[in-house]
Design a protein around this ligand. Structure first.
Ligand code: UGA
Length: 441
């Protein structure tokens, strides 16, 4: 098939590369000329395992190209994906400006049938707005042309996005006629192995499914974080509780890890946007409001423990911080729990010596050069002369460190573990003060 994808961000690039990989001809369009130029030279602007090779190989095979030329892309394809960003505006709702700008441009240049697919995370009712925007442009031109709008939300996890696209659990399609259902079956046939993974539903249900899925996962995490805080008080261990409840298949083991809060470009934004949708319809999202509030509080929990341990005296203290990205296998620091933690430490007059396997450049970009931040080139280098070690992201490389070395490098053998990576009793036995989440003191 001939496919165009508007938006060469995270979702657009992964979608474009994976669709090209199975033999489609894909044009990715972006308004950022510099980004397009760099992509055409093979520079992929995000870190995602496997994406670089996929993009380079498919470019070499001439199945994938990048352009700023929207008119060419619209003329080229039968299927057009909208995968542009929907950043939150001031009140937390998703800003549809970029989505509707693409719709407008499609309407201005449409000359034959197109299937327009909303891939961006967009609130319920957006497909109707896209349809109305395209139609308004056609009307202005006095053109009668059939087109379809489809909702096809994505469920990619950063760090595992290629696998998620190539071997999806489910493919959600919101469609309103049988022809377009058939087209979607054809488009997704290469990813639809073993059994039919397409779930075809009405458009609004598909749009809501995306938000409901992320909100449910965020709810599980906040629930566990709330339980973790209680576990600490009552002398229970949240890790034992996790095993105890996860083994009930109705609950399951996924997304019940307590920690220093969820981050990323999706959960915080999507929970807020969904809350906003409730309000728009005159309703109150009591549960979602609590999910966000618990998460914000949870992002402060490590700082509170540090503050208590050092009896409020953090002036001039040095902290080794392992893990800056919001989760492993990405360099993304959007809403990362490391950020409020570092900022609170700086506010209190402390120094941070940080290491992350992938997010060093991103940290430099966000915070620039500052006297109270040292970016170290190894986990060990970050430890030197520090008053304590803070573990914020559960990268594999932090899971089994040399505790003797940690003990010898730190000024004080203190570990604050925001991801419950280590054996509580062993660390205590080896002379560490060990603070985890939802376990002991
Ligand atoms: C999330 C969803 O998992 C994807 O299905 C969805 O497609 C994506 O949002 C999106 O809407 O685009 P992502 O934000 O990449 O994916 O990251 P997750 O792996 O879901 O992790 C989110 C956050 O939750 C991380 O900060 C992680 O550390 C935290 N988390 C996760 C926990 O604190 N505990 C857990 O048990 C699981």
């Amino acid at each position: 098939m001939r496919i165009s994808i508007f938006g060469s961000g995270y979702v657009g690039l992964v979608t474009g590369a994976c669709l090209a990989e199975v033999g489609n001809h894909v044009i990715c369009v972006d308004v950022d000329a510099q980004k397009v130029a760099r992509l055409n030279q093979g520079h992929v602007p995000i870190h995602e395992p496997g994406l670089d090779d996929l993009i380079k190989n498919n470019m070499a095979e001439k199945r994938l190209e990048f352009t700023t030329d929207a008119i060419k892309a619209i003329a080229f394809s039968e299927v057009i994906f909208i995968a542009v960003g929907t950043p939150p505006d001031e009140d937390g709702s998703a800003d549809l400006r970029y989505v509707l700008a693409v719709a407008q441009s499609i309407g201005q240049h449409l000359t034959e049938y197109k299937a327009i697919i909303d891939k961006s995370t967009v609130p319920v009712g957006t497909a109707d707005k896209v349809r109305a925007t395209v139609q308004a442009e056609l009307n202005k031109r006095g053109v009668q042309q059939r087109f379809d709008v489809i909702s096809n939300p994505e469920f990619l996890k950063e760090g595992a996005a290629i696998g998620d696209f190539m071997r999806p659990d489910r493919i959600i399609i919101g469609a309103d006629n049988a022809d377009v259902e058939e087209l979607m079956h054809e488009l997704y046939a290469p990813f639809n192995r073993n059994h039919d993974r397409l779930l075809i539903m009405d458009i609004r249900s598909a749009e809501l499914t995306k938000y409901a899925a992320n909100a449910m996962l965020a709810t599980k995490i906040s629930f566990m974080n709330e339980m973790a805080n209680l576990a600490e008080r009552v002398g229970a261990d949240i890790e034992q509780v996790r095993l105890g409840i996860g083994s009930d298949p109705r609950i399951g083991f996924g997304f019940i890890y307590a920690g220093c809060g969820y981050g990323g470009s999706c959960f915080p934004k999507d929970v807020n946007a969904l809350e906003r949708t409730f309000r728009e319809y005159g309703m109150e999202a009591q549960l979602l409001t609590a999910v966000s509030a618990v998460n914000q509080r949870q992002q402060q929990v490590m700082f509170a423990k540090i503050h208590n341990h050092f009896k409020g005296d953090l002036q001039g203290k040095r902290f080794a911080l392992w893990g800056l990205a919001f989760k492993p296998n990405t360099d993304d620091m959007r809403e990362a729990p490391s950020r409020p933690l570092m900022e609170a430490l700086w506010q209190a007059g402390a120094q941070v010596q940080a290491y992350d396997p992938k997010a060093m450049d991103e940290t430099r970009r966000i915070y620039g050069e500052r006297a109270d931040l040292t970016l170290c080139d190894s986990p060990e280098a970050a430890l030197q002369g520090a008053d304590a070690l803070l573990v914020v992201t559960e990268w594999q490389v932090f899971r089994s460190p040399d505790f003797k070395l940690i003990h010898s490098q730190l000024k004080n053998p203190v570990i604050f573990d925001g991801r419950n990576l280590y054996n509580y009793n062993r660390l205590k036995k080896n002379g560490f003060s060990y603070y985890a989440i939802g376990r002991g003191d």
